[in-house]
Design a protein around this ligand. Structure first.
Ligand SMILES: Nc1ncnc2c1ncn2[C@@H]1O[C@H](COP(=O)(O)OP(=O)(O)O)[C@@H](O)[C@H]1O
Ligand SMILES: [Mg+2]
Length: 286
């Protein structure tokens, strides 16, 4: 019997549902706290009774990424693999992958010091959107309306003192309706597509900060861009986020590697966790 291992660092709605679905489908579920795992250079696959396929669901980008690299080096198959997680967890790497594969994406600039970031922002002109390279739920994503806001942001980034906070990801502000689109892709299938409407007095549309959901009617263009974006980062189980630019149409701005589906489940007609398990089992039998 196939044993599916779900690695978490916090059990959310999603991990509970996944666990139930695995059992419901007649497979064995093994929920493992990634924080409890330790590896060493003599570790072998048999030392870890995890399962036949690993579903990496850790919220912490770096912990998930490095646990995945240890597991892969022991010979475990992990979804999503390290190569995909590394790109999706980092907005700069994601932008580069999207551009390389001709996927429409917002114009974005990168700067590697506070002075070049300020110079660049002045040159681009305000308003601008500045984001941390690694992060989610809209945390640290700021709409910078003028130079003084840019200076404050840069000062606070420099104070944080972590190497990544000194790399600046600067994006044009997209003229869009107060919503964005989240498509959940599993291999070559779009299993859910939802609008996320911004909460009142909020420009961010993240469900984590009060955004509400509504089903999107798929169309060939949206489908094509979404699947191309998934392919650009290596495929797997992904959440593709798009904005609707009033002039240019769909632009992909983010790809989520550990996709949350609570909001999507409420409006989607498809059984999202069931489709995820089917894919995991299919991958494990390959
Ligand atoms: N360039 C932009 N122009 C307008 N709105 C944006 C832009 N970038 C992001 N947003 C809004 O901010 C939200 C959070 O940005 P996102 O890049 O998805 O970061 P996070 O990983 O924190 O979700 C998006 O869902 C969208 O609503
Ligand atoms: Mg987002």
């Amino acid at each position: 019997m196939v044993q599916v291992c779900v690695i978490y660092d916090k059990i959310r709605f999603e991990e509970r549902i996944l666990h139930n679905k695995i059992t419901e489908k007649g497979f064995t579920s093994n929920l493992v706290d990634g924080k409890s795992l330790v590896f060493n250079t003599n570790s072998e696959k048999v030392d870890f009774e995890l399962g036949d396929i690993i579903f990496q669901r850790e919220i912490s980008h770096y912990r998930g990424l490095y646990v995945t690299s240890c597991l892969e080096s022991l010979g475990f198959k992990v979804i999503n693999p390290f190569s995909v997680s590394e790109i999706c967890g980092n907005k700069l790497l994601t932008s580069l992958a999207l551009v390389k594969h001709h996927v429409p994406t917002p114009n974005t600039s990168f700067a590697f010091s506070s002075s070049s970031a300020l110079q660049l922002m002045d040159k681009l002109g305000y308003p601008l959107v500045v984001k941390p390279l690694v992060g989610s739920w809209g945390r640290g994503v700021y709409l910078i309306k003028d130079r003084s806001a840019a200076e404050i942001l840069i000062d606070s980034r420099e104070e944080i003192g972590s190497p990544l906070s000194r790399i600046y990801y600067i994006q044009e502000k997209i003229d869009r309706p107060p919503r964005d689109i989240r498509c959940i892709v599993i291999a070559e299938n779009i299993v859910a597509s939802i609008y996320r409407n911004a909460a009142e007095n909020e420009w961010l549309t993240n469900v984590a900060i009060g955004g509400t959901t509504e089903q999107v009617q798929m169309n060939p263009e949206l489908e094509e861009i979404t699947l191309r974006a998934a392919k650009a980062v290596g495929g797997g189980i992904l959440g593709i986020d798009l904005m609707e630019d009033t002039k240019r149409g769909y632009l992909v701005h983010e790809i989520n590697n550990t996709v949350e589906f609570r909001g999507a489940s409420m409006v989607s007609t498809q059984d999202i966790p069931a489709a995820m398990i089917d894919y995991l089992v299919h991958e494990c039998r390959k």
